[in-house]
Design a protein around this ligand. Structure first.
Ligand code: ADP
Length: 624
């Protein structure tokens, strides 16, 4: 019998496949089952238009049969079957595999489902088989044919006997190797779990002989084993069911079954969309952060199904990074497993779905925020950071979309509040949205810089996350109210600005001297308009705040990023009298005081002091 060669490209793919660029070898079963399901579909569709055909759904199923002893795994169906030409065309060449060339080998990593993408499913069976035999009889055909191949060497086709229309695929499973256990593909339990995992929702029954045990007749404690053909898939996916049929418990069970998380989701979103693109989606918003969420190991993505068949287990393109915590699945009939469709079009549809999903998630989050605040608080503790990153990323592209989901701790409410809530209760004479940054709410509470703003009765938002101030800077304003740091040069509180210039002028020489002592550690020494009880504080001029300096200097390669600091002096504090006195009578003392005050200001800010030993020595000096 003549042996035919695979086409060059098919051969290359076959090599890649067999040499296992793909570590989930088990997916071969999904592919064969989905081919069978398609073949049954084809008969079904034909029957819709061809009156001579009748389709009785009960006659159609997919049979899986494992014979451990001779290492055989059979997958058979009574689908449309393949003629000799079909076998030649379908299994000898990879349709459109030209597209395959566009992908570099490096892109064909695990998790990127090339098989689903390129419709080369059948070949995946070579990952686990040393030989594949396909016996098929096409609808309307008298003869059946046998296609056989033991891999890259080529294949043969010859006529054979087969009574019923349909296809029977026989895999001779490879022997175990040091690295791979192929026995598992003959194991009933393992096969069942692979089917459950990938093909549970195939529309036709997947039948398998399953061993069971029952009480022996006449006995009360003796069992006997028997084999029974059982349907191993559930056939209807939860997302295809009607919302009204499902309870919260059903949704939560599915969440756990899928191992989406060990918590209870705060919300499930069940979408059934028709129109420009049809899809069903079941999405979950978790309550707790997965342990690896804020590490680079965490992979976002939704499961992507096409017609009940899993084609990608983590489709990252479906959700934006800022919603990376969302878990769930998307199923669309508009996406094909088949490469015969334009890849671009495929992408466009995916984008459309992603866009819809994005706004759906947002509106659901808003509804939790408005109606179930406690839940939102929990959620926000876990994932608020991610939303703030979303505001900051891509130069603030998505800031308008996300700003209403943000919350910050409020000085007045002592809890997280939204920007909307803040702005709505702003008194008329308040121009800005004030914020203060620091390590914790407790520390910010004590910051001298907050004194004036708090004294005015204005609410202050406490920024304690390292991303916060960056996000606020990108936002710039909310509902036309600008954000203003309590440490910034101009606070926009007018009453306090009178006399300021006078005070500065009056103490010009003193401040210049102090500035010369501190040299380039500070930009200037000035009269403070914001201090009430404290003698000194630092404020900043320019874009980089003191909090940002702390964060940036902790990052690699960013040394030297410094805030322009201003040492502010409270001229109403008694310490100021001592300063003036020292300026008149004892310059050494003034130098000592200046250094002490500067270091105090650093400590209040949570910044390290340059020379702690000198600082403590200085304190000792004044104690003498
Ligand atoms: P895909 O299914 O994505 O097209 P495959 O390599 O898995 O790619 O299969 C190639 C083709 O072989 C299918 O498109 C189908 O026409 C045919 N085929 C595979 N399995 C069967 C089957 N069980 N019954 C009928 N046709 C089949």
């Amino acid at each position: 019998m003549e042996k035919k060669q695979f086409k060059a490209e098919s051969k290359r793919l076959l090599d890649l496949m067999v040499n296992s660029i793909y570590t989930h070898k088990e997916i071969f079963l999904r592919e064969l089952i989905s081919n069978s399901s398609d073949a049954i579909d084809k008969i079904y569709y034909k029957a819709l238009t061809d009156e001579s055909l009748s389709f009785n759904k009960d006659d159609y199923f997919i049979k899986i049969e494992a014979q451990k002893d001779n290492r055989i795994l059979k997958i058979s169906d009574k689908g449309i079957g393949m003629s000799k030409d079909d076998l030649e065309e379908n299994l000898g060449v990879i349709a459109n595999s030209g597209s395959f060339k566009f992908k570099k080998d490096t892109e064909l990593k695990d998790g990127y489902d090339i098989i689903g993408q390129f419709g080369v499913g059948f070949y995946s069976a070579f990952m686990v088989s040393e030989k594949i035999t396909v016996i098929s009889k096409a609808l309307d055909s008298e003869t059946a044919y046998k296609w056989e191949s033991d891999g890259a060497e080529g294949y043969s086709i010859e006529p054979c006997e087969k009574e019923e229309v349909g296809t029977e695929i026989t895999l001779t499973i490879k022997e175990n190797t040091e690295d791979d256990n192929y026995d598992e593909y003959l194991d009933e339990y393992r096969l069942k779990s692979i089917i459950k995992k990938y093909s549970d929702f195939i529309r036709y029954p997947i039948k398998m002989d399953v061993s069971e045990s029952k009480l022996k007749e006449g006995s009360e404690d003796e069992y006997e084993e028997y084999v029974e053909e059982k349907v191993v898939n559930s056939m209807i996916p939860i997302w295809k069911k009607n919302k009204s049929e499902l309870t919260d418990e059903d949704y939560n069970n599915f969440y756990s079954e899928k191992h989406y998380g060990y918590d209870k989701p705060i919300k499930h979103i069940h979408v059934s969309a028709e129109g420009m693109v049809s899809y069903k989606a079941l999405l979950y918003i978790p309550e707790k952060t997965p342990y690896d969420f804020y590490t680079k190991d965490y992979e976002k993505g939704l499961e992507l199904y096409s017609n009940g068949v899993l084609i990608m287990s983590k489709c990252a393109d479906l959700i934006p990074d800022y919603f990376s915590f969302v878990k769930g699945i998307v199923d669309s009939e508009d996406l094909s497993l088949n490469i015969s469709r334009e890849l671009l079009q495929h992408d466009r549809q995916l984008k459309l779905i992603a866009k819809n999903i994005k706004s759906k998630i947002k509106s659901e989050l808003e509804s939790v925020l408005n109606n179930e605040r406690d839940k939102y608080d929990e959620f926000y503790k876990s994932f608020g950071r991610q939303l703030k990153f979303g505001v900051y990323n891509d130069y603030g592209m998505e800031k308008d979309f996300l700003q209403d989901l943000l919350m910050f701790h409020s000085s007045k409410e002592k809890k997280l509040v939204t920007l909307k809530e803040y702005v709505e209760r702003m008194p008329e004479d308040q121009k800005y949205i004030y914020y203060a940054s620091g390590e914790s709410n407790e520390r910010i509470e004590k910051l001298p810089q907050t004194e004036l703003v708090a004294d005015k009765g204005f609410e202050i938002l406490y920024l304690t996350d390292d991303i916060d101030e960056f996000a606020i800077k990108i936002l710039m304003s909310y509902k036309e109210k600008e954000f203003k740091s309590v440490s910034s040069g101009d606070l926009g509180i007018e009453s306090e600005e009178t006399n300021l210039a006078e005070d500065d002028a009056e103490n010009k020489d003193l401040f210049e001297h102090m500035k010369s002592v501190l040299a380039d550690k500070v930009k200037a020494v000035k009269v403070s308009k914001r201090l009430k009880k404290h003698p000194v504080c630092l404020s900043n001029e320019g874009e980089v705040s003191i909090e940002m300096e702390k964060i940036l200097s902790a990052m690699p390669n960013s040394e030297g990023v410094k805030a322009d600091k201003v040492l502010e002096i409270n001229v109403n504090h008694e310490v100021f009298t001592s300063l003036k006195d020292a300026f008149e009578n004892d310059k050494d003392k003034l130098d000592l005081y200046t250094n002490l005050l500067y270091n105090q200001a650093l400590l209040i800010e949570g910044l390290p002091i340059n020379d702690p030993v000198e600082f403590t020595n200085n304190i000792c000096k004044i104690m003498k």
